[in-house]
Design a protein. Structure first.
Length: 412
C-alpha cells in the first residue's frame, strides 16, 4: 500500500466516525473509537508527513498552543481537571482540522481527494440529519437529555443522531450550500431542499441559539454578496426600529408566536420565557433567560478581579463554572486577556489565510460561516469534533467541489 492510499484510508475512517455515526458508532471495536483514529492520524503524520513542519500556519498554531500551555503551567495554575480536559479536547480537534487541511493542500491529487471526501461528508451530514429528525420524533428532547441526564443515550449513540457539535456544523454549512447553488454545482431545487432539511433538523433539535443563528445566516445567504451592502443597511434600520419598539409589543408578539407552537415543546417554553424576561425589564433569576444573562455579569466580575491572567491565576473556589456555556466570555474570565488573545490569534489567522485561497464569490459565504461559529461562541460553548473539523476542513473543501464534478464522478 502506498503512503497516499494509507493516508486516504485513515482519513476516510476518521470521517465516517465523525460525520456518519450511524455506521461509525456500530463498527466493531476498536474501530468505532475516534480516539484510536486520532492516535493513528498523529502517528501517520509524524512518521510519514515531514512537510507538515514547514507549514507556517501549523507552526504558528503549535507555538500558540505551547504558549498557552506555559501560561497555564506557570502563571494560570489553578485550573480544575474538567476544564483542562475540555481545553485539551478542543486543541486536539483544532490540531486534527489544521493538519487535515494542510495535507489536502499538498498537491492537485490531494485537492481532488479533498473535494471527494467533502462531497461524501456532506452526503453523510444529510443522512445524519434524517436520523436526527427521526429520533427527535421518537423523543423531542433526546439531543439535550442524552447530554444532561443520559436518558436514551444508548438509542442516541446506536442510531447516530447529531449532537451539539452537529448543530453547530449545520449553521456553518448552510452558507456553503447557498454558494454551491450560486455556482450551479447543485440544482437550485435540490440545494433548497438540503437547506430546508438542515433548518428543520435545527428546529427539531430545539437548541434555540443555533436556530436563531441558522435563520440569520440563511437570510444573509439569500441576500448574497452583490446585495450585501444593502442588506447591512437594512439590518441597521431593523435594529434601530427594534430599539424604539415599545416593550409591550415585543412581549405580545412573542406570546402570539408561542401560541402557534406545540406547548409541550422546548422552543415554546423558550419563547414564553424570553417574553417574561423582556416584561421584567432587568436581569434577574426569575427566568431561564435571566439566569443565562446573569452569567455574563458573573464572568465579568471574575475577569475584573484578574484581567490579565484570569480567575484561574488565583487559588480560589471555582465559583463561575456555570459560565462555561459562554465560550468567549468564559475564556476571558478564566484565562484573562492573554489566554483569550491566543484563541483570537488562532481564529483570525485562520480567517486571513483562508480568504487568500478563495475568489470573491466564495469569500462572502465563507465569512458568513466563520461569523456564525464565532457568533455562536457568544451564546454557547463551542464543542464537538464535527464542528471543529467542519470549520477547518469542510468549509475549504466546498470550494474545491467543482474539481470533483469536472472529473465526471458526480451528477448533482
Amino acid at each position: 500500500m502506498t503512503k497516499e492510499k494509507f493516508f486516504s484510508l485513515v482519513i476516510f475512517w476518521f470521517f465516517v466516525l465523525v460525520y456518519l455515526p450511524l455506521i461509525g458508532n456500530n463498527l466493531p471495536r476498536p474501530f468505532n473509537s475516534v480516539q484510536l483514529a486520532t492516535y493513528v492520524w498523529y502517528l501517520s503524520l509524524f512518521l510519514m508527513y515531514e512537510s507538515l513542519f514547514r507549514n507556517k500556519f501549523f507552526l504558528q498554531y503549535i507555538i500558540l498552543v505551547a504558549t498557552f500551555h506555559i501560561l497555564t503551567t506557570i502563571f494560570i495554575r489553578h485550573i480544575p481537571p474538567g476544564v483542562i480536559a475540555r481545553n485539551t479536547k478542543e486543541f486536539t480537534y483544532m490540531f486534527i482540522g489544521i493538519t487535515l487541511l494542510d495535507y489536502f493542500y499538498l498537491n492537485e491529487k490531494s485537492k481532488y481527494y479533498f473535494s471527494k471526501i467533502t462531497y461524501w461528508a456532506i452526503v453523510a451530514t444529510i443522512i445524519t440529519s434524517f436520523v436526527t429528525i427521526a429520533l427527535t420524533i421518537y423523543n423531542p428532547t433526546i439531543v439535550r437529555s442524552s447530554y444532561s441526564s443520559g436518558e436514551d443515550l444508548e438509542v442516541f449513540n446506536r442510531y447516530g443522531a447529531g449532537g451539539y457539535g452537529f448543530a453547530a456544523l449545520l449553521i456553518m454549512i448552510i452558507p456553503a450550500i447557498f454558494y454551491l447553488i450560486r455556482i450551479e454545482f447543485i440544482h437550485k431545487i435540490k440545494g433548497n431542499i438540503v437547506i430546508g432539511l438542515f433548518l428543520i433538523t435545527l428546529l427539531q433539535m430545539q437548541i434555540f441559539a443555533n436556530i436563531l443563528i441558522g435563520f440569520v445566516v440563511t437570510f444573509f445567504s439569500i441576500i448574497g454578496r452583490k446585495k450585501a451592502k444593502k442588506s447591512y443597511m437594512l439590518m441597521f434600520l431593523i435594529i434601530m426600529i427594534f430599539i424604539f419598539i415599545p416593550q409591550d409589543v415585543y412581549v405580545d408578539s412573542l406570546n402570539s408566536i408561542a401560541d402557534n407552537i406545540d406547548p409541550n415543546s422546548l422552543i415554546h417554553r423558550k419563547i414564553v420565557d424570553l417574553a417574561k424576561f423582556i416584561s421584567i425589564g432587568e436581569v434577574t433569576e426569575d427566568t431561564a433567560t435571566g439566569m443565562k444573562s446573569s452569567r455574563y455579569i458573573m464572568l465579568w466580575d471574575v475577569f475584573s478581579d484578574n484581567p490579565i491572567l484570569g480567575g484561574f491565576s488565583v487559588k480560589q473556589r471555582h465559583t463561575w463554572s456555570a459560565g462555561y456555556h459562554l465560550q468567549w466570555m468564559y475564556k476571558l474570565a478564566s484565562f484573562g486577556i492573554l489566554g483569550l488573545l491566543i484563541h483570537i490569534i488562532i481564529h483570525t489567522s485562520y480567517l486571513k489565510n483562508s480568504l487568500r485561497q478563495f475568489d470573491e464569490n466564495y469569500r462572502y459565504y465563507f465569512l458568513l460561516s466563520w461569523l456564525a461559529l464565532i457568533g455562536l461562541g457568544f451564546m454557547k460553548n463551542l464543542a464537538g469534533r464535527e464542528m471543529w473539523v467542519g470549520y477547518f476542513v469542510l468549509l475549504h473543501g466546498v470550494y474545491y467541489l467543482p474539481l470533483y464534478k469536472r472529473k465526471g464522478r458526480i451528477n448533482v
